[in-house]
Design a protein around this ligand. Structure first.
Ligand SMILES: Nc1ncnc2c1ncn2[C@@H]1O[C@H](COP(=O)(O)OP(=O)(O)OP(=O)(O)O)[C@@H](O)[C@H]1O
Ligand SMILES: [Mg+2]
Length: 443
């Protein structure tokens, strides 16, 4: 992409309303535009990151056998009356009336809708298990929308739902998502810790929240310090027994404040390993058995010739919250520092003298070659001063910058800067291109 043809409305001033780094940088880097409390447009740069995160989520869901679909944002109130949640959900639910006075709502979650899909088609245990998900906008009329996309009112969630014949199967499905979530967050460059969680309005008794530690997080968390450094499981057989992997990560103490038990914490965790910190909830999984299948009549014929209510679970990831979460975990005073897996562009090319024949030629050549190699470069071909270009490129946080100017070119070199470390190397244009391509070999 050529910057001269892109839409990147960078702000010079930090908007006063933004209290935390991710919100400030997302506004300044022209990633989002607020229209109303907790309601945003995703501008091109922000939308690109959102899409990349969504695609990593999709890849890891597929590895765990989850199947993608799409459900509507607007749902009929009747389904929620069937499950008994219509009244319970309270003011967070946006209730709508259509022209024929039918009650509708903007979905805050989709247990009812998918249970309705399931009960319409599935009759036999032979068609189980099923694991379906979608990535769709949700609306919750939060009491305090804040911190930008971290607590929006309209926000993008991946939500998945599993259907099994019995509790044993339901726990297998739960474990698959548990492992898939760890792998997903690790690919996003995050150290997510699964913590025992309260089940809230979704219900059920087996539940974990996945949190990343950050001073600006809204949750208070207590855990064994070793959990934070534990590697994600990576390549595992999702058909095999995942219980040992899950046990390994649930054996050590980890709880959010609602579930925290001070005595247990002190008894189970040696003093030098007791971590009490703040965290951002990026995912939440639940196993709730027949909480929805029973009132909504979702049942299948079992091998015993009898009807069984299916045992269900639901699995959420805050896709739009993750954009903010990743920035909270990776930034410095100059701006964002994107992990390679979700960076909106692979590298930035800065032309220090647009209009200079040699600089233009070298930049065009680097731009074309990185593009062909699939690195997706952003070429700053605008007429701004060097200082403006440098700070803009630092702010938007692409992992690498190639800086091209007439002075260096006289000696046949360009400069390659690593955004994270600040390290700079002088290389020939050829070597610079090869260096960048090499960095993306395994992404
Ligand atoms: N208002 C919101 N804005 C952005 N993301 C959200 C919001 N509410 C929930 N999410 C994301 O969706 C995921 C699944 O939703 P869930 O129902 O578990 O949320 P929740 O427990 O109500 O979240 P929170 O405790 O932060 O209000 C959460 O883990 C979070 O990442
Ligand atoms: Mg939650």
């Amino acid at each position: 992409m050529r910057l001269s043809r892109y839409f990147l409305p960078v702000l010079k001033e930090t908007p006063a309303s933004a209290e935390i780094a991710s919100h400030r940088f997302m506004l300044r880097a022209g990633m989002i535009k607020q229209h109303s409390a907790g309601i945003y447009s995703w501008l091109p740069l922000g939308f690109k990151v959102l899409t990349k995160i969504g695609n990593i989520v999709r890849e890891e869901q597929a590895r765990a056998f989850a199947v993608e679909m799409l459900m509507p944002t607007i749902q009929p109130a009747e389904l929620w009356k069937e499950s008994g949640r219509y009244e319970d959900y309270g003011k967070e639910m946006l209730r709508i009336t259509d022209r024929s006075n039918r009650e509708l709502l903007y979905g805050p979650t989709n247990e009812e809708v998918l249970t309705d899909v399931f009960r319409s088609y599935v009759r036999s245990y032979k068609d189980l298990p099923q694991m379906l998900y979608h990535i769709q906008w949700k609306f919750r009329d939060e009491r305090r929308p804040r911190f930008g996309v971290m607590r929006g009112r309209e926000f993008l969630m991946k939500d998945g739902y599993s259907f099994d014949l019995d509790m044993e199967g339901a726990v297998r499905s739960y474990n698959r998502m548990f492992v898939a979530y760890l792998n997903t967050f690790s690919r996003l460059g995050l150290k997510a810790v699964p913590m025992r969680a309260d089940t809230g309005p979704i219900g059920g008794d087996l539940s974990h929240e996945f949190l990343i530690l950050a001073d600006t997080g809204e949750s208070e968390v207590f855990c064994h310090a070793d959990l934070v450094e534990m590697d994600a499981p990576g390549n595992v057989d999702f058909d095999g027994d995942l219980q040992p992997l899950v046990d390994q990560r649930t054996a050590l103490y980890a709880a959010t404040d609602e579930m925290h038990d001070k005595d247990a914490f002190e008894a189970q965790v040696p003093e030098d390993k007791r971590l009490s910190a703040r965290g951002i909830e990026i995912g939440h999984i639940f196993c709730f058995g027949d909480k929805y299948s029973k009132p909504m009549g979702a049942k299948v014929m079992g091998p015993d010739g009898k009807e069984h209510f299916v045992q269900m679970g639901s699995y959420g990831i805050g896709v739009s919250r993750l954009v903010g979460g990743i920035i909270e975990a990776s930034h410095d005073e100059n701006g964002i520092v994107w992990p390679k897996s979700v960076t909106p562009f692979g590298a930035g090319i800065i032309n220090l003298k647009t209009g200079d024949a040699e600089a233009d030629k070298v930049c065009e050549d680097i731009y074309a070659r990185l593009g062909t190699a699939g690195v997706d470069p952003l070429y700053d071909d605008k007429n701004d001063r060097g200082g403006v270009k440098f700070s803009r490129m630092d702010l938007i946080g692409l992992p690498y910058q190639i800086i091209v100017g007439p002075r260096g070119l006289k000696e046949g070199i360009v400069e390659v800067k690593d955004r994270k470390t600040g390290e700079r190397q002088n290389l020939s244009p050829d070597a610079a291109v090869n260096f960048i391509i090499e960095q993306y070999k395994d992404i």
